[in-house]
Design a protein around this ligand. Structure first.
Ligand SMILES: NC(=O)c1ccc[n+]([C@@H]2O[C@H](COP(=O)([O-])OP(=O)(O)OC[C@H]3O[C@@H](n4cnc5c(N)ncnc54)[C@H](O)[C@@H]3O)[C@@H](O)[C@H]2O)c1
Length: 339
């Protein structure tokens, strides 16, 4: 049995508590939050759980095997570092850290301490993304050409980060999982319309190896909620629409072929292919339930998480470069491909 504590019981923390509480290999032992109101809410649902405002109560509790951190990103590094330093496995919410050096320090410490470092890139554990991965690995799409996503809605404004750190973190993690290519440059555009220091709407362009390009469009100021991703291959293309309740993934046998005619050598001809579409059946288990089971499995059986510190670092690298590019009005920022 894994004894787990949770720090942060705001918007996302309750989802973690619910999943930890119902996992057969876990016992939710303590919840920590600065806010008395949030602790009172937690206490009503989990009367058996210790409640505290002091994070040290969790770090010093030798009965705890793991701690999950669901606080704002600026606090992740400090809390995760203390968790690992106290010989506990750690679950960190996305994005893993604010800085690249912090992400690397967590990776080093988890390996030195031989403790699991799990980053909650939730979408990787959805039936939809796992099915798309399977289709790509089967070679059905051919060579991958692009990743093109739009994730927009009205709110929830975060207090401490731009929309990129909140919403694009999801797309970068999905893109990195489906297309694990080296990323060369990132450019990001957007503006601080409301004068509060944070950018609520942004477009990212990521150049990767094999001439693959990712476009990620995110916004907190859209009148409608759109969650669509197009993944292009030379053979087939996928539409992943997270708002579609019954057919989230559609695989289109559509594409463009270029060829040379004998008569007109060197003159490229274009031929459009329009074939069938199918929507594969997807597993419908809540992503956090799958992620929680995987975290427990990694702790019990010494496995490496699918969303480990390295995956967390890949996302942080793109986010840090995006922030710099935003400041420079979309100038391309080179990424270090060596780590
Ligand atoms: N994986 C996902 O799909 C997903 C979805 C939403 C949010 N998140 C992530 O979860 C994290 C939290 O986001 P949120 O929307 O729940 O934020 P939130 O502001 O609603 O909640 C954060 C809570 O943490 C508490 N807190 C802050 N610092 C603390 C500290 N040092 N010690 C104890 N308590 C502290 C606050 O009082 C608050 O109750 C963020 O990193 C966010 O990116 C992930």
């Amino acid at each position: 049995m894994i004894n787990i504590g949770l720090i942060g019981y705001g918007y996302w923390g309750p989802n973690l508590a619910r999943n930890f509480n119902s996992n057969p290999n876990m016992e939710l032992k303590s919840i920590c939050d600065f806010s008395a109101d949030r602790l009172e809410m937690a206490g009503r649902l989990y009367p058996q759980v210790k409640l505290t405002k002091d994070t040290n109560d969790l770090f010093s509790d030798t009965n705890l095997d793991a701690i999950a951190i669901a606080t704002p990103v600026s606090t992740h590094f400090d809390l995760a570092y203390k968790t690992l330093s106290n010989d506990k496995h750690v679950w960190v919410e996305k994005p893993m850290t604010e800085k690249i050096e912090q992400a690397k320090a967590l990776i080093d410490l988890s390996s030195k301490k031989n403790k699991v470092l799990f980053v909650d890139h939730t979408f990787i554990y959805t039936g939809a993304v796992r099915k798309i991965k399977e289709i790509i690995e089967n070679g059905e799409l051919g060579d991958l050409i692009y990743y093109d996503s739009i994730r927009v809605n009205l709110g929830l404004f975060q207090q401490d980060v731009d929309v990129i750190w909140d919403l694009a973190a999801h797309d970068i993690s999905i893109m990195d999982y489906l297309m694990p290519f080296k990323k060369f440059t990132v450019s990001a555009t957007g503006s601080n319309y409301y004068g509060n220091g944070f950018v609520p709407k942004s477009l990212l362009t990521i150049y990767m190896e094999n001439n693959v390009v990712g476009h990620i469009n995110v916004s907190w100021v859209s009148p409608v909620k759109i969650r669509q991703t197009l993944i292009g291959g030379t053979s087939k293309m996928i539409l992943y629409d997270d708002n579609n309740p019954s057919e989230k993934v559609k695989v289109y046998d559509k594409g463009v072929d270029f060829y040379e005619t004998k008569e007109e050598l060197y003159n490229l001809k274009i031929q459009y292919r329009v074939g069938d579409m199918y929507a594969p059946k997807l597993e419908e288990i809540e992503a956090l339930t799958v992620g929680t089971e995987h975290f427990a499995d990694c702790i019990i059986n010494g496995k490496k998480p699918m969303t480990d510190g390295k995956a967390g670092l890949e996302v942080v690298k793109v986010l840090v470069a995006s922030k710099e590019s935003l400041r420079k009005k979309g100038a391309p920022i080179e990424l270090d491909v060596n780590f």
